[in-house]
Design a protein around this ligand. Structure first.
Ligand code: GRF
Length: 211
């Protein structure tokens, strides 16, 4: 399989613990992303545990920190340089805490996906991320939440939805217990699945374009 030149190269962008990255790595090892290969993990934080997970899996890593640049466009350019060097064809945002600029979004149209810990269009958008999502869910009284994988465009959490999975909210859930349930019951399942689907589509397009 490694000799298959059409295998789609994946870059994963992270900022923190990297449990979603781990789900992707495990899926790859388990053969569940047959048409894709993670070639780069880029972190916006130098001490992200996600970097350790990547190194343990033998995946190349890079760190690009917003604080090292005065302008957002310089930060975007530094990310683009890493993505181009790795020849990434798909970009997976797995807990990436920075907003990508239009240069990156334009270069990777319909090839950047993100996982969000709610059922979009509920509990999403600018400023709605992390534990706040789950706090808002509990305060609202809804009985079902979940996770969404969507394409990334210029609107925060506004791109086309690819996959969603629902999770029940229990009476005694706290934001922390709910966060952990949404991850294990939804995010870690649909992110690898959506990644595999996108890689399969790009792979098939490459094959038909070469015929
Ligand atoms: C996840 O809840 C993801 O949905 C959100 O950030 C969190 C990242 O967690 N975008 P991890 O770093 O993958 O453990």
């Amino acid at each position: 399989m490694l000799s298959d030149v059409n295998i789609v190269k994946i870059a994963v962008l992270v900022s923190g613990n990297g449990s979603n990255l781990q789900a992707l790595i495990d899926a790859q090892i388990g053969g569940d992303i047959p048409k894709g290969k993670i070639v780069m993990v880029l972190s916006s934080c130098s001490d992200a545990y996600a970097l350790v997970r990547a190194q343990n899996a033998g995946i190349e890593t890079a760190v690009v920190q917003r604080k090292n640049f005065t302008q957002g466009s310089q930060f975007d350019n530094a990310i683009l340089t890493v993505l181009r060097q790795s020849e990434a064809e798909v970009v997976v945002l797995a807990g990436f805490m920075s907003i990508l600029g239009s240069d990156i979004i334009d270069e990777f149209q319909n090839r950047i996906i993100n996982v969000h810990p709610s059922l979009i269009p509920s509990f999403c958008g600018k400023g709605c991320y992390g534990i706040k999502v789950h706090r808002d869910v509990i305060n609202s009284g809804v009985k079902v939440t979940g996770a969404t994988v969507h394409f990334v465009n210029e609107i925060p959490d506004g791109g086309k939805i690819i996959l969603q999975k629902a999770v029940d909210v229990a009476e005694d859930d706290t934001p922390e217990t709910l966060q952990s349930k949404v991850m294990s019951q939804a995010e870690w399942i649909i992110l690898p699945k959506a990644t595999a689907q996108l890689c399969e589509k790009i792979y098939d397009d490459k094959i038909s374009n070469s015929n």
